[in-house]
Design a binder for this molecule. Sequence first.
Ligand code: SAH
Length: 456
Amino acid sequence: MRHFPIYLDTRGQSIVVSGAGECAVAKLRLILKTEARVIVFGPNPAPEVVQWARAGRISHHARKMAQPDLAGAALLYAANDDPALDRAAADAGRAQGVKTLVVDNLDDSDFITPAIVDRAPVTVAIGTEGAAPVLARKIKADIEAMLPPGLALLARVGQRFRTAVAALPEGRARRDFWSRFYFHAGPKAVGGGEAAVEQALTGLLTGAEGAQPETGHVHFVGAGPGDPELLTLKARKLLHEADVIIHDRLVSAEVLELSRREAARIEVGKIPFGPSWTQADINALLVEHGAHAQVVRLKSGDCGIFGRLDEETEALQQAGIDFSVTPGITSAAAAAAALGVSLTRRDRNNGLRIITGHQADGFADHDWRALAAPGEVAMIYMGKAAAGFLRGRLLMHGAAPDTPVTIVENASRPTQRVVPATLLSLEAALADIAGPAILMLGIATQAASVQLQEVL
Ligand code: SAH
């Protein structure tokens, strides 16, 4: 991000515009939305400039701008529609230490003004770093459609009542109050104007002040394999509403980014073979927060697959705390999608095993004979460290050494890698796999299965 979006306080500041023609007018329309003093320099002013000067909205000097004119200015717009004049203005700006924007010249500018959706005090700034103005306009139009003009009135009234609403208990009660105002009572009243909106808010407030904060709840939510677009809509909604988010190490940063900024985030990572939270600590944490807060317990993939869901729900049940479970896309499904293949296939496997390479007390034991049978398909989670053991057991029980085992590392993430292997080459193929990986026993990449058919 070369250009960092910030909101500049313009109250009591002055903004200088070098140029008074059409090009300056376009910028002035935007600048006039601010509370700054606006000073325009340039001979031959456009009619709008004359009009605004007459109305006292800007001051206009019918001459070229000079460096001393910039004393104390917060921003300078070089909008002369003339590269030589703009350059001279920008040089003056730089010499005076005033942040300068040269119209249509990104490289000579210190800042850019974004496309703005104005529902002040709600404003949305859209920037593409100059790369795609067409895209910025489209996004602006979409956001404008999303934010009805009445929103400005709601937000203004809301802003005035912030202190009164601060009397409500912090957290869920207050958030519920605001969402009732912004999404139900407020929009209904907006047609009646400011007085009606105020009345709606006061009505809500008197009704809500006595309301008790709700009791806590733990939402177990499957975060999917990493790509935030693979979250369910419900997971997204819960992330927006949570007070506390307790998540595993494997939950991606992009998914966490979707949570409410004010929510407390606690990582209870279990680093394989490393230091980690004990399950008892995690259970205690869930009980502690779940007693009074809206907790999202975010687990990678689906909560119900190698996620120790039952241990955590039992702890909550014992403590009398409500919970619910929102499913997620498990990493095996994402791995199959990465390959573009089906996990079941007529005439090959009409069943699918989901197994772990590892369990609490070491490598996991399985029905090796069944797993070694031709056409058998198993998705192996946590299988990296156990690969040598798995291979030994499967070969010992008669599996073909060239049985395909496709490795999918970081499924659905930008760092996703698909590594074709067989039982024989598995350990070597795993040597440089550092991220979480699914081992797909009995599933070949399309390229590998074509090769295999050619050999046969
Ligand atoms: N509940 C999770 C599994 C947790 S166990 C799920 O449903 O996916 C942790 C194991 O999941 C890892 O060792 C790895 O085998 C697998 N895993 C998790 N995220 C993965 C990803 N993005 N790509 C490949 N495997 C992943």
